[in-house]
Design a protein around this ligand. Structure first.
Ligand code: HEM
Length: 189
């Protein structure tokens, strides 16, 4: 089991970050879309809806922590090179898309935390109370609510482009860009 990345392949830590965060982000988007439209007219409905809000907030804060560690891990590791068959423009676009994904993964939970703080709602990390990032302000709360929705949409679009690019590499270019992030790939160098 190779822990660190090499010039040509991803190590186990990068793969665990990649697939683990994918699962959590997928769950956050699905639950986020589902919970915000739930009714909250009776105490039971409120308990169910806001219970999901608590879970959503906890996993969202987890993403914020994980993305910081992931970025640090990326900085202290080699990033596997793009294949020589890719043009300079293709390489730059791939890099820009990866950076966009990191920016969204940072901004999305931060906007959620700011939305709750400005809205005057508590934020807990699996039961541990976290400080509000700002005082109550309805207009700012509405602003970050919008921002949280827009970044969710951006995340879905960026994710679709990312998967499309991986499939293009695998089936059209027939290079190893997709397989080297696969949980099963054992290539060392
Ligand atoms: C990367 C992490 C996150 C993702 C991908 C995510 C995704 C989403 C999505 C897709 C929605 C539905 C938006 C809509 O159409 O109304 C949503 C709603 C919501 N999110 Fe997040 N979220 C994340 C982190 C957070 C965090 C950290 C918090 C707070 C600390 C938070 C608080 C909320 C709240 C309160 C709502 C419901 C808003 C409403 O009442 O309409 N989210 N989230």
């Amino acid at each position: 089991m190779v822990v660190k990345n090499t010039e040509t392949s991803y190590g186990v830590v990068a793969k665990v970050f990649h697939w683990g965060m994918f699962l959590i982000l997928f769950g956050l988007v699905v639950v986020g879309l589902y919970m915000s439209d739930l009714p909250a007219d009776t105490p039971e409905q409120m308990g169910y809806k806001f219970g999901l809000y608590d879970q959503h907030k906890s996993f969202g804060i987890l993403i914020l922590g994980l993305v910081v560690f992931r970025l640090v891990w990326r900085m202290i590791n080699p990033v596997p090179k793009m294949p020589d068959t890719m043009s300079r423009l293709e390489g730059l676009s791939a890099h820009a898309m990866h950076m966009l994904l990191y920016v969204i993964m940072l901004a999305q939970p931060l906007f959620g935390w700011l939305m709750s703080s400005f809205g005057g709602y508590p934020v807990k990390f699996f039961g541990i109370g976290l400080p509000a990032l700002a005082g109550k302000d309805k207009a700012m709360g509405d602003f970050f609510h919008e921002a949280h929705e827009i970044t969710a949409l951006l995340l879905i679009v960026a994710f679709a482009v990312h998967v499309g690019a991986a499939l293009f590499h695998h089936f059209v270019r027939k290079d190893d860009v997709m397989t080297r992030m696969s949980p099963h790939s054992k290539k060392l160098d």
